[in-house]
Ligand binder design. Structure first.
Ligand code: GLY
Length: 448
């Protein structure tokens, strides 16, 4: 038996738990806090362990003598959960707090990119909103304004006009829409090209590429609305084979590994890099110190290798001994999100919650229909949901349920996902209708 303590509370966490138990029959996953509605015999959720309370997790790991911990939640990484495990000599996969700053501070990540010759768009960092506003007024090109800290997938504003940029700075730095994460902003030159994501596992020295994926970061159909954590994903990426992965590895991943080694960062686990291909040049848009969500839900089911053995190699620093066995299936993840609902307090109608990701959203609505989903062509990953003593499974966040259709080609995977998400219900449930259907241009565009 191999005991693993997995730290997360998302569809991504459930996808990791599924991968570990599917590819290794000896694996027992303690999933903290997880969700008790996950009924697999070898996935045991621990809802009383909070992401913000690492000491309790350490005590649990010691009591149960877990073989290792795997921390996949961005907030937990930024809060130093990994450091706490290391202090107690518990083998753990995940970057420590300093290494997780690659994601937790965009300014830090960008500055390291410059230091290690990793191509990024021109940028500037500001702690003073007036200086940031002066900069966007005079810079003379379109910009993207980003809150420096973690914003749960939000906090980035792609601006068409100077006014848009001023409003973004106002929201981030003055109105503090993202709290402390908005103490600084990064203002970078807006690039036009094809967005690509790069996913890999790293052991501090070596990397192992993961399957490619396309994400849908905008809230609304037609890639409209606001940038959010993501409304769905597709793996493999439909442009796989059109762009050169070797080039991206050479220009991005190898120097990034050089940065991890050069800065002596204690970084093992997953890394995912958002890139933009402009003509033949690749630029890094963002570095994330973990797997993407909702990308993990369509990438991880492609893996057939024993993932416990891969984790052991990550811990030993011998990832170079592994290659990844992946299946030929296509996976399409559609996220059932918490949309608009009426706000009712003590029987009184108080107006509307706008719903995720536009504003406040209601919680604890009963989720039904998961038992109707056809598991021969769909996986179900439970994200921000919990079990209510009377209602059973209820919503508990912006992205409660992921329905992941699979098939021998993209069309089949997409059709299976849509045929089955319609069987799921909760109050205010909302999903995009073009996941896996709206695709990037097959011809790589040139700079306008
Ligand atoms: N898919 C965006 C994220 O995981 O941050």
């Amino acid at each position: 038996m191999v005991k693993i303590l997995l730290v997360d509370h998302s569809g991504r966490g459930h996808a990791f738990a599924d991968l570990l138990t599917r590819t290794n029959q000896q694996a027992i996953v303690y999933y903290a806090p997880g969700c008790t509605a996950i009924t697999s015999e070898r996935i045991i959720s621990l809802p009383w362990l909070k992401l913000s309370e690492p000491q309790a997790m350490v005590e649990f790991a010691q009591k149960e003598a877990v073989d290792f911990a795997l921390v996949t939640n961005a907030g937990a990484l930024a809060n130093g959960v990994v450091d706490c495990f290391r202090e107690h000599q518990i083998p753990v996969i995940g970057p420590d707090k300093q290494a997780a700053r690659l994601e937790a501070s965009k300014a830090y990540g960008k500055k390291l990119c410059v230091k290690y010759n990793i191509p990024v768009a021109d940028f500037a960092v500001f702690a003073d909103p007036n200086k940031a506003m002066d900069y966007v007024r005079q810079v003379g090109y379109q910009v993207v304004v980003k809150a420096d800290g973690l914003c749960d997938g939000n906090g980035s504003f792609v601006c068409d006009t100077v006014d848009d940029a001023l409003q973004a700075i106002d929201r981030i730095m003055l109105k503090k829409d993202f709290g402390e994460a908005g103490n600084q902003v990064v203002v970078e030159k807006r690039l036009f090209g094809t967005e690509l994501l790069l996913f890999a596992l790293v052991d501090g020295k070596n990397f192992l590429l993961l399957p490619t994926a396309l994400d849908y970061p905008k809230s609304d159909d037609g890639d409209l609305g606001v940038i959010c954590g993501g409304m769905g994903s597709l793996s493999p990426h439909p442009l796989e084979g059109v762009f050169s992965m070797d080039q991206i590895v050479e220009q991005v991943l190898e120097p990034l590994m050089g940065c991890i080694r050069g800065e002596n960062l204690s970084f093992n686990g997953a890394i995912y890099v958002g890139c933009m291909l402009v003509n033949d040049q690749v630029y890094v848009l963002e570095i994330n110190a973990r797997m993407g969500d909702p990308e993990a839900e369509s990438i991880l089911p492609k893996i057939e290798s024993d993932f416990v053995s891969i984790c052991t190699s990550i811990l030993d620093g011998t990832l170079d001994n592994h290659s990844l066995i992946i299946n030929d299936l296509y996976f399409c993840n559609i996220v059932a999100t918490q949309g608009k609902t009426r706000q009712v307090t003590r029987g009184k109608n108080k107006g509307w919650y706008k719903g995720w990701p536009y504003g406040r959203y209601g919680k604890h609505y009963k989720i039904t229909g998961l038992d109707q989903v056809d598991r021969s062509c769909c996986k179900v990953f439970i994200g921000q949901a919990s079990v209510h003593p009377k209602k059973g499974l209820v919503t508990d966040g912006g992205r409660p349920i992921h329905i992941v259709g699979f098939g021998n080609n993209r069309q089949e995977a997409v059709a299976n996902a849509y045929a089955n998400i319609d069987k799921v219900h909760f109050k205010g449930m909302r999903y995009r209708s073009d996941i896996g259907k709206l695709l990037p241009e097959m011809e790589l565009p040139t700079v306008p």
